[in-house]
Design a protein around this ligand. Structure first.
Ligand code: CA
Length: 112
């Protein structure tokens, strides 16, 4: 894990079958530009790609899990210095809704 000014940076990205077609998607985040890109994998080949809504720098994409328990993967975001936490409720790779969780000190690192 890289460190910046004493603040540990989370890894930023996610892997999961968001589209529920049996193939994994890999979500990449550009740390400074805030761009989010998805690779559609078929095995170890990249079949296609798309972009997600950009999110300003400072936010880390912690990972993906079915937080809303609807059978689809959602994305957990965490601000690296403010400790703010947001869940994106996803429908496939479409952003359906957002939920703000309580903030937690940046010294804490969630694992998804
Ligand atoms: Ca998929």
């Amino acid at each position: 894990m890289a460190r910046n000014g004493g603040v540990a940076r989370l890894g930023s990205g996610a892997v999961g079958d968001f589209t529920q077609d049996g193939n994994l998607e890999m979500v990449w985040r550009h740390r400074t530009a805030g761009t989010n890109v998805v690779w559609f994998l078929e095995g170890n080949e990249i079949a296609d790609f798309t972009t997600l809504t950009p999110v300003e720098a400072g936010w880390n994409m912690v990972g993906a899990a079915d937080f809303t328990q609807d059978g689809r993967l959602d994305i957990l975001w965490r601000h690296g210095t403010a400790g703010a936490n947001v869940i994106w409720e996803m429908e496939g790779l479409e952003l359906r809704d957002g939920y703000v969780l309580p903030a937690a000190s940046p010294e804490w690192t969630p694992v998804v």
